[in-house]
Design a protein around this ligand. Structure first.
Ligand SMILES: [Zn+2]
Length: 438
């Protein structure tokens, strides 16, 4: 509240005239009132108020007094969830080879995440140990989105086939060293797109993951009889390692129309199965029967990049919609997009709304109507509901507000509000550059 007193200005004096409550010492900076809170970690799915103070969740309860908050936002009829956590994206933009994932197939995160309720993303191996610090400088340190990374086992990162098939540049030690140097930001190791028959990329990634004590995510590349999927998830990966692209259809995820028994065995061992929709890895004829058999994801992720987001995959909410369309509950879908992925990357302070947690919050509406959801081959599944992001908070600050839910009606503002601004808006809008640790 100290900052509020030093912010006293003509603008503020005017604001006081309209909203005298601001003058008192409120316990909370922001109160989201009347929404249906879905917080799977805390087994909560009910109408609750959410109070935020100092960028943290301060209280989740029924009927928190409006007078206790500097700003009250009516979110009745909407869902309030933890900020979404997307553990497979490509955001190493502005560098690299043409068409590569570290390069012009990557997007800058803030343009695509906040508007979909996503507050944390994990770049899945666009950078390797040789390029990570450049990535951190260009993107991680400049984004409003919380950007974390899986280091590619390829030192050069995802710069195209020539680099990604170079076994000589897959070194466990320097990869692990870089991961340890940026502990908490580098949350794991990635191996991807390998076209050869050897297990070397997986083995080196697991070795790096073991040294750095972080999980490994695998995009299993080209299918080879020499290295079957069942062996990957039952023998090569450790419990807690992540098989992404679980419904790709490219690596025998279904056998004779049923879920590969190796995948079930892998899941029993503790291997994680992640969606990683992308431009080439989500197929209705694989996903629908697998989900029907109960082989649902541990986590939903987009594999966001320029190719995927302009094709079947639109954004995180679209991938969540696809699971709603397959009959999964909203509570379940939110779990797969918040608490489960946060746990998988061992950032357990994220993905929930416990008191004291960073106030990363998504406020979502569920639109009813006639919608269609498209897989990577262009096949469509009809659905009747669609999630829309109304409001996103990162560390308690408004970073996206579709319908101006947090804003005042213009007729209630001082006459020349262009000049006077809005003290509360300033207080809720973050500085552009964030500091470590994220
Ligand atoms: Zn990817």
């Amino acid at each position: 509240m100290g900052t509020r007193t030093v912010r006293l200005s003509a603008a503020f004096a005017l604001a006081l005239a309209i909203a005298p409550a601001v003058a008192q010492q409120q316990k909370y900076d922001l109160l989201l009132k009347g929404g249906h809170v879905v917080d799977p970690k805390n087994q909560l799915s009910a109408v609750r108020d959410v109070a935020i103070a100092g960028g943290k969740v301060a209280l989740v309860a029924s009927n928190i007094a409006a007078a206790d908050a500097s700003k009250v936002v009516d979110v009745s009829g909407l869902y309030v969830t933890p900020g979404l956590v997307d553990i497979h994206v490509h955001v190493f933009a502005g560098t690299g080879e043409r068409g590569s994932y570290a390069g012009d197939n990557s997007v800058y995160p803030d343009g695509f995440t906040l508007r979909a309720g996503v507050t944390t993303v994990v770049d899945a191996g666009s950078s390797g140990w040789r390029s990570f610090e450049d990535f951190k400088d260009r993107v991680i340190d400049r984004s409003k989105t919380r950007v974390l990374a899986l280091l590619n086992i390829v030192g050069a990162g995802m710069r195209g086939a020539r680099f990604e098939n170079d076994l000589a540049d897959m070194e466990a030690k320097p990869t692990a060293d870089m991961a340890l140097r940026h502990k908490g930001i580098v949350v794991g190791i990635k191996t991807a797109h390998y076209a050869g028959p050897e297990w070397t990329p997986v083995e080196r990634a697991v070795e790096a993951g073991t040294i750095a004590n972080v999980p490994v995510m695998v995009d299993f590349g080209t299918n080879h009889a020499e290295r079957p999927l069942a062996d990957l998830v039952t023998k090569k990966l450790r419990p807690g390692d992540i098989y992404t692209h679980m419904y790709s259809g490219l690596r025998n995820e279904l056998v004779d129309g049923h879920v590969n028994p190796g995948m079930r065995e892998g899941r029993q061992r503790g291997v994680i199965f992640d969606v990683g929709h992308g431009g080439g890895s989500f197929v209705w004829r694989i996903a629908a029967p697998a989900v029907k058999e109960g082989f649902v994801p541990d986590s939903i992720s987009t594999d966001l990049h320029i190719g995927s987001m302009n094709a079947g995959m639109k954004d995180m909410l679209n991938v969540m919609d696809k699971f709603l369309a397959m009959g999964q509950s909203l509570d379940q879908v939110v779990r797969w997009s918040t608490w489960n992925p946060a746990r998988e990357i061992r950032r357990e302070e994220l993905g929930h709304l416990s008191v004291g947690a960073p106030a990363d919050v998504a406020v979502l509406s569920v639109e009813k109507g006639r919608f269609g959801f498209v897989d990577i081959y262009g096949a469509r599944l009809a659905g009747t509901q669609k999630l829309v992001c109304e409001l996103t908070l990162r560390d308690g600050k408004v970073v996206y507000d579709l319908n101006g839910l947090t804003r005042q009606d213009w007729t209630t503002l001082p006459r020349d509000y262009r000049q006077t601004g809005d003290a509360k808006w300033d207080a809720l809008t973050p500085a552009p550059v964030r500091r470590d640790p994220r």
